[in-house]
Design a protein around this ligand. Sequence first.
Ligand SMILES: [Fe+2]
Ligand SMILES: [Fe+2]
Length: 255
Amino acid sequence: MNEHAHPLSVSERADELEEAKMHEMERILTKSTIAHLMDGEVKMDTSPEMRAKHPGKFFLMGDDPRLPPMPEEPTLVDYFRRRFASTAHLLQSATHALKGGQPEKVVLACLLHDIAIVSFIRCDHGYWGAQMIEPYVDEEVAWAVKSHQALRFFPDESVGYGYPDLYKQLFGPDYRPEPYIVEEYKRARAHKWYMTSRLICLNDIYSFDPNAKVDLDDFVDIIGRNFRQPKEGLGLDNSPSAHMWRTILWPTRFL
Ligand SMILES: [Fe+2]
Ligand SMILES: [Fe+2]
């Protein structure tokens, strides 16, 4: 029991639990500053402060024991299974594209379009997601993933795509995208690969037949043919985005 004069708030209780858990651990776990910013706090974990709280312990520099263990040479499929917080929406979108007879390139783009949301950073997810996959996929796939974020806000009646009802529910009926999104939309609209990205929007569905079975196994071959899995393991290669995968692999490393 605590001795606080006031009952603890939910977040204070969560902090206490986290603290208690940390004391049981062999190593000191730190959060990146961006994680604190996301909690509405402009602060950082400093080493003197953290060491004072956890005397005699060293900082964690490897696997976080709270997370599912990853193999030595992780593949994209391992990240899907052990790091992605949710895969249903991605699998549904890819299944929809596959059933619609889309080429593998489009199916892969649908399968990967929101990976930043499910594994990394939500805001500007199109840009983060595109950079994560860029070294490993066809340039057109990465471009389409980047651009879908902007295109989602803009209808294209010629292909039967309207402004999503879901966005009205999520952001309110008066929401207007930021100017940089409007500019991105204009650039994408005039781009030679416009339709590839638009196809992500068309297959980007949330209302899906609840009885339809979706399974990552159905996409393992498509991933194998279209995603250049590095032999060292995704994140352990030296591609321009390997550090992003490593951050997902070991999110609490001190440095
Ligand atoms: Fe998206
Ligand atoms: Fe989506």
